[in-house]
Design a protein around this ligand. Structure first.
Ligand SMILES: [Zn+2]
Length: 486
């Protein structure tokens, strides 16, 4: 008997959220202050006040809470969650050295499985009902099988973005093993498992990536690519993709933080979207989080958390960081012109839209998820926490989601109409098994690398500090006696 038996509805039973503050994220951005959301089977059946519901409907009291669409993360290296927090003090350069050059090849299929499993559980726990698994640790088809096994073991919605950082995309994408994998594991799997191809375009004038783009075109699958990453990918990559006709409206450009106007024009003109990972761009160094520029070019935005080797996988962090970074840049630019920003251009409402509808559009899923409208799949989140002093008053609902709420306030989550979290507890998820698997991966890595290399990888050297150019520091305060000099 599961711990939640009797506390969650049996499969197939309708569910209604009662008297919640409903952010529908529909085209009109309708907000209903005290309304119900009815879910029948896998769909939103109705949204409104005082709904009549079928007999036997399971009622969830949403009073005092916010009901919103499940959030969507469009770029997350889920396999890296087995290394949670390891790279907290890394730069992007140190990340590249660790994963691409030194240790990424140590990950076995079971290690990819372990990271994916934990990341998938983390996603649904945080109300992230759709996650793109930017899976560039797939050294063999067995690794890919392991990645999908994990995604299918967790009742979330996922998109496998297939990649392999140990090879050029023109190598892995053209193998029979890759084709065979797509046929075996992706085709006909329904809309809880989508597919993309994930690779970067280096800017080599010979454009070797062409072969991989042709495979994507042949398979009819979107490409997601790290673009505009300081020191790694740049405007040449965008230009080559464009000149060869491979920029499409389904292309997702991750980061797009160090690009010139010409590249933004090419992205805008071809209808693609940008997945912004603000916390990542701020900390790792891909470039300044680009929403302040993307808005000027009218380029669609979705949000992402990139990797738990630095950051956790919840979109409250993404929304908060993104709104703050955008405003920070506007103020900074204005101050440079001796001006004052008196009105915020980017609003909390827009950022919530990016975290929900923006992700759905980027993934071609806008007809299915991203909004609470009748007929869409029931991916629903209730933010409610009666024990929290931060859950009232709710005056500005979008602002509350972005600046007040956090993952611990995620009360109930539905994916495809199924209750996967209720009353702050995951339903039918074996967290202990996920923990044991991740522990085995950490053991394998420390054992293979040796403890010294493991510790050194986690704690990069701090360069010698230069003497600060500040005459006051050293003339007025005597650090030795901890007294002011007179
Ligand atoms: Zn990434």
């Amino acid at each position: 008997m599961s711990a939640n038996e009797g506390r969650t509805p049996a499969a197939g039973r309708p569910v209604v959220f009662r008297n919640g503050l409903v952010l529908t994220m529909d085209d009109a951005r309708t907000v209903l202050p005290r309304a119900d959301v009815l879910v029948v089977d896998d769909r939103i059946a109705a949204v409104g006040v005082g709904l009549d519901v079928p007999e036997g409907t399971w009622e969830i009291d949403a009073a005092g809470g916010i009901v919103m669409p499940g959030m969507i993360d469009t770029h997350r290296h889920m396999w890296q969650t087995a290394m949670r927090g390891y790279g907290a003090d890394w730069t992007l350069t140190q990340y590249f050295v660790w994963y691409y050059l030194e240790s990424g090849k140590l990950f076995r299929p079971e290690d990819v499985h372990a990271g994916n499993l934990l990341a998938a559980i983390e996603a649904i726990d945080a109300g992230v009902t759709t996650t793109v698994d930017w899976s560039h640790g797939l050294q063999t088809p067995q690794h890919a099988d392991a990645a999908v096994d994990a995604l299918e073991a967790v009742p979330g919605r996922f998109v496998l973005a297939y990649g392999n950082l140990q090879q050029g995309p023109w190598e892995w994408a053209t193998t029979p093993g890759f084709r065979d994998f797509v046929t075996r594991r992706i085709h006909g799997r329904g809309d809880r498992l989508g597919f993309q191809m994930a690779f970067d375009v280096t800017g080599d004038p010979a454009f070797p990536e062409r072969a991989a783009f042709e495979v994507a075109r042949d398979l009819g699958v979107p490409v997601t690519t790290h673009a505009g990453v300081w020191g790694a990918t740049n405007d040449d990559g965008i230009r080559l993709m464009h000149e060869h006709g491979f920029m499409t409206e389904s292309t997702v450009y991750v980061h797009a933080a160090t690009l010139n106007r010409d590249s933004y024009h090419r992205i805008a003109a071809t209808g693609g979207s940008v997945s912004v990972s603000t916390e990542s761009e701020q900390s790792a160094g891909q470039g300044y989080p680009p929403t302040w520029q993307l808005r000027q070019h009218d380029i669609p935005v979705s949000l992402s958390m990139d990797t738990s080797v630095w950051w956790s996988g919840d979109l409250f962090s993404a929304m908060r960081a993104t709104l703050s970074a955008d405003r920070s840049r506007e103020h900074l630019e204005a101050h440079g012109r001796q001006e004052t920003v008196t009105h915020c251009h980017l609003r909390a409402e827009q950022v919530v839209e990016w975290a929900t509808r923006g992700g759905a559009r980027a993934l071609g899923l806008d007809h299915l998820v991203g909004a609470l409208t009748p007929g869409r799949r029931a991916d629903v989140v209730l933010i409610k926490n009666d024990r929290s002093p931060v859950m009232f008053p709710i005056l500005h609902p979008y602002g509350h989601v972005v600046f007040q709420a956090q993952r611990g306030d995620v009360h109930t989550v539905l994916v495809d109409g199924r209750v996967v979290k209720h009353e702050h507890r995951l339903v039918d998820v074996d967290l202990a098994a996920a923990r044991a698997a991740v522990e085995r991966t950490v053991e394998h890595l420390t054992g293979t690398m040796g403890v010294d290399a493991w510790e050194k990888g986690m704690n990069p050297d701090v360069p010698e500090t230069a003497v600060l150019d500040n005459p006051y520091t050293y003339t007025e305060w005597d650090a030795g006696s901890a007294q002011w000099k007179h």
